[in-house]
Design a protein around this ligand. Structure first.
Ligand SMILES: *Cc1c(COP(=O)(O)O)cnc(C)c1O
Length: 407
């Protein structure tokens, strides 16, 4: 058995919540009066949302594990019928394999360590690897001993556009390089693919069409047979005052653009993260002080609210155990997190009742995606306590209506 570094084991041995699901966030707050942030998972929502995506998408659904690697979440995704996992590190690969011996694991990070490639292939049965450079191609071939059963997927770079979280600067080969990589990989690949990522929380279905046209151009110029077209992640969800086009509009663009490429033998993949899990968790914070319209709360950008900081995401909020009437005169608040860093600030605006005060609890929704998993223990503020609830999420996203599977 080869050596696993501490870095891999952090993810691999994360605990699953043991307590049975509570009926609601309300109930959880009432019974435990928590003075530490509480991370409330809704596994049934995740399961049913994953089932909806997997059923409606005309191809294989690969869950992007980095978005939320909590074992309870992975289990819910599996229970929703998803059998493919997009992993991006040795730790994620080990975690998914430890939970699901039969899962199809795809290593979709374009820059991997040699050891991660070697172990993924040799020890965890991974066959599909993404690459966006000749150097990575050489690494993959080296570390798999020039294996003849590889799936090689070339990630093509896209210009920025349409997404709230731009991913265009870091990964992806240019057109010429893509063509060269496709030609070089074809003779050694058991299956050859092209992938891209349009950016996260992409609001524009046409972004997928444009990306598929670029992929088609690369394939045409390379003149090689293609087995996989991978449209990546990026599928958006609702946030306050942000209502994306329904999921079906994205799928329609993808199917239309793919049909136009006339590659009937190619299998379609997607790598959704956010779309499957965002609605599946809330964080409950407590107000420790109010200063004007700023609320000092016990979780922040170094905890589960990273995206509420510099990226400027607004999340749905409500006061838990609220006794005030109606929401006619909600007031705009900003939040400060618990650390001493003045960057630990979330400008919102977060709409809450005018009489918010110390001790109040706030449920912050849509944090199943890129929430607790981005947290650190900076300044002695550890991760949120994990529990499960059965109530409905704070926001629904059009076209994500869950398929209610039997529990
Ligand atoms: C992060 C990531 C995803 C998931 O993106 P979402 O916007 O959460 O759907 C998919 N594929 C790759 C390669 C990623 O890096």
């Amino acid at each position: 058995m080869s050596y696993i570094s501490a870095r891999d084991t952090i993810v691999a041995f994360r605990r699953e919540p043991v307590s049975p699901a509570l009926p609601s966030v309300e109930q959880a707050v009432r019974s435990s009066q928590p003075s530490e942030p509480m991370y409330c998972l809704r596994p049934a929502v995740i399961r049913d949302t994953a089932a909806r995506f997997a059923q409606d998408f005309r191809g294989d659904t690969l869950y992007a594990v980095k978005c939320n690697p909590e074992p309870t979440v992975l289990r819910a995704i599996w229970d929703g019928g998803v059998r493919h996992f997009d992993c991006a590190s040795a730790g994620e690969v080990a975690l998914v394999r430890s939970m699901f011996p039969d899962a199809h694991i795809h290593f979709m990070h374009p820059v991997k360590s040699r050891r991660a490639i070697r172990e993924a292939y040799g020890r965890f049965g991974v066959r599909d690897f993404v690459l966006d450079s000749a150097a990575e191609f050489a690494k993959i071939m080296d570390e798999t001993g020039y294996a003849e059963d590889l799936g090689l997927v070339v990630r093509i770079g896209l210009p920025p556009g349409g997404a709230m979280y731009d991913l265009s600067g870091k990964f992806g080969a240019g057109m010429e390089e893509t063509v060269a990589l496709l030609r070089a990989a074809r003779p050694v690949a058991r299956r050859l693919g092209v992938s891209f990522h349009v950016g996260s929380q992409c609001m524009d279905p046409l972004a997928y069409r444009r990306a598929l046209q670029m992929a088609g151009e690369a394939i045409r110029l390379a003149g090689v047979a293609i087995d996989i077209i991978d449209v990546g992640g990026g599928f958006p969800v609702s946030y306050p005052d942000v209502e994306p086009p329904p999921l079906g509009a994205f799928f329609a663009e993808i199917e239309g653009a793919l049909d136009a490429l006339n590659l009937p033998a190619a299998r379609l993949w997607a790598e959704p993260g956010r779309a499957l899990v965002a609605a599946g968790a809330s964080v409950v914070v407590q107000v420790q002080m109010r200063r004007g319209d700023a609320l000092y709360v016990n979780d922040g950008i170094y905890g589960s609210l990273s995206d509420a900081g510099a990226p400027g995401f607004r999340f749905p909020v409500r006061r838990v155990l609220d006794v005030s009437e109606g929401d006619a005169d909600l007031r705009a608040y900003s939040f400060f997190g618990p650390t001493c860093d003045s960057a630990d600030h979330m400008k919102g605006p977060f709409m809450l009742p005018p009489d918010m005060a110390e001790g109040d609890w706030i449920e912050i929704g849509q944090l199943g995606a890129y929430g607790v998993c981005l947290g650190t223990d900076f300044n002695g503020f550890d991760r949120a306590q994990l529990l499960q609830v059965r109530d409905a999420p704070m926001l629904e996203t059009p076209g994500h209506e869950p398929i209610r599977l039997a529990a």
